[in-house]
Design a protein. Structure first.
Length: 82
């Protein structure tokens, strides 16, 4: 498994695809999965839309036992916040 492979330090899921709805990272099943990663000492890479960075912060608050990495600086797009 991933947790028993010493070269694997974490996992990533692209959350900014067209098929992934906004707020997906806050669904209970998703949160439970990130909690399980923390229990296994694995990190999770956040790869999401810049307009959902507040969702990322909410997820991190719910799962403090897991280390998170923000990929691509949150896919920064200054026009997304206008």
């Amino acid at each position: 498994t991933v947790a028993t492979t010493p070269k694997v330090k974490g996992v990533r899921q692209v959350l900014h695809g067209a098929a992934t709805p906004a707020g997906y990272c806050l669904q209970p099943e998703f949160v439970r999965g990130r909690r399980e990663l923390g229990k296994r000492k694995l990190m999770f890479d956040l790869c999401m839309r810049p307009t959902e960075l507040m969702d990322a912060a909410a997820l991190i608050r719910q799962v403090p036992e897991t280390y998170f990495i923000l990929d691509h600086c949150g896919n920064a797009d200054v026009n997304a916040f206008r």
